[in-house]
Design a protein around this ligand. Structure first.
Ligand SMILES: C[S@@+](CC[C@H](N)C(=O)[O-])C[C@H]1O[C@@H](n2cnc3c(N)ncnc32)[C@H](O)[C@@H]1O
Length: 227
């Protein structure tokens, strides 16, 4: 499965500016989503995590400080440099590896290489359903058999749903940010190749944001068992 992703230069610049202005745009504390993922990762014996859309690393450092090896990706070079610097200062560069990557492109890792994947509020960015399907296909590829994928997205219950400029599908431009809102049906449709372990609603931040938190376990694709 291959998809030629656009480079999304305007949103990349927007995120770079946002992060350059505020050293902890989403706050210093780890997200609730990451804290519950950490509890699950511990129970499941997870040691290596690939984080997509790490931003300034509030969740990256939660995982790393709790002994997990984290590879953190983001397309914002400002965010990635920030995480790299913070890892050096905290002397945990052995457990935090941050690199620039646009998730519209194939993940630069071999098959079956991570125990878990985590992504907080990335899949609800400027990504079409086709691109999100591609990303989940890629995370499936790089996860070890039985590996976990935990992600969160803005829900159709969010107070900003259907506000701003509609850019097609359920994608809206709101105050300079491009946001894709998800229904439960969309999440179930995207779970192909995974067992859907949990789908829950969570309110986060001062807005607040209404999120779906999705926990998936890598399974075989339905067609793979047939031949
Ligand atoms: C809503 S922020 C969440 C940041 C972080 N997960 C957190 O909760 O603090 C979304 C992040 O995804 C990144 N991002 C958006 N689209 C991306 C893409 N196509 N590839 C890689 N990163 C992307 C942005 O730069 C930003 O850091």
């Amino acid at each position: 499965m291959k998809l030629e992703g656009s480079s999304k230069p305007e949103q990349i610049s927007h995120w770079n500016e946002v992060f350059a202005k505020k050293p902890s745009f989403f706050g210093e504390e780890p997200s609730d989503c990451a804290q519950s993922a950490l509890a699950l990762f511990r129970k499941d014996g997870i040691r290596s995590v690939l984080e997509l859309g790490c931003g300034q690393g509030r969740d990256t450092f939660l995982f790393a400080r709790n002994g997990l090896a984290v590879t953190a990706l983001d397309y914002s070079e400002t965010a990635v440099s920030f995480v790299q610097e913070k890892a050096k200062t905290a002397e945990i560069t052995d457990r935090v590896h941050a690199q620039i990557h646009n998730v519209s492109k194939p993940l630069p890792f071999p098959d079956n290489s991570f125990d878990a994947c985590f992504s907080h509020m990335l899949l609800c960015m400027e990504l079409t359903i086709a691109e999100i399907g591609f990303i989940l296909h890629e995370t499936h590829r790089i996860l070890k058999p039985g590996g976990l994928m935990v992600y969160s997205v803005r829900s159709n219950f969010d107070r900003h749903y259907r506000t701003g400029n509609n850019l097609g599908e359920d994608i809206y431009e709101i105050g300079g940010f491009i946001i894709h809102f998800f229904t439960e049906e969309k999440i179930r449709m995207l779970a192909k190749g995974y067992d859907l372990l949990e789908l829950e609603r969570l309110e986060e931040g001062s807005l607040p944001r209404d999120l779906f938190v999705v926990t998936l376990r890598k399974a075989a694709y339905p067609e793979e068992g047939k031949s």
